[in-house]
Design a protein around this ligand. Sequence first.
Ligand code: ZN
Length: 276
Amino acid sequence: MKIYISADFEGVTGVVDRHQCFPGHPDFEHARRRWIEDINAIIEGGIEGGASEFLVNEAHAAMNYMLPELLHPKASYISGYVKRDNQMEGLDPSFAGAVIMGHAMAGTAGGVLNHSYVMRDVVALRLNGKAVGELALNAYWGALLGVPLVLVVGDDKFAEEAKALIPEIEDAVVKRGLSQFTAQNLPLQDARQVIRETARRAVERAGEFSPLELPESFELEIDFSLSEIAHLCSLIPGVERVSGRTIRYQSTDYRQVMHLRIVCTNLALATVRGHF
Ligand SMILES: [Zn+2]
């Protein structure tokens, strides 16, 4: 049985602040090791639950932070940027289930490091009128490929977001969010134990899960911080400028929606880097 792991960083045990999330600060090096150890705990639990193969897809920032000598020997991994399918690169119908290590959507009260793709500059996303973050958009990608989401790993607000979308999902909660940049963390060994046990259960139960139901058509709206980003995105054929800061894209093909999102959030990054 194959299990897919989309491994973002903000949900890692003990990570609460931005400087822990990017290279260049000594705390990043500690956090990076814990990230890999959390991934390994998922894999150990997954093996206990009956999985034999794991693909880890790096899903944070430059997506090239893996230290392969520390990663569990049963896992292959995808590194690098920009990947065509971004946080869900490499997923295909041969996987029995997907795991997402992540964080709550932008604007979630108490969600540790809450954001949606680009902190500050992507203010909100809506799919068919409903607020969504990275989790839901990735879960729909799983649905497109027939792979259910079976486990989320992160803080309690991320778990709540996941349960609202997929009530039967397993959740490994390693910290309680107190604000965007503060949390009460479980003792490290307890966090690992929680991850391992929920991963075992999620994999044992993988056959019970169904992928999310995909809507027949999609309307994606994105609110940006700056009108300049919306301006740039509106130059893409098919993208509508709804207001100063908001664009809209409609399609019946979720693949196109996902790829449009990838381009627009990268344009947000590029625009902000270029001017400020
Ligand atoms: Zn991240």
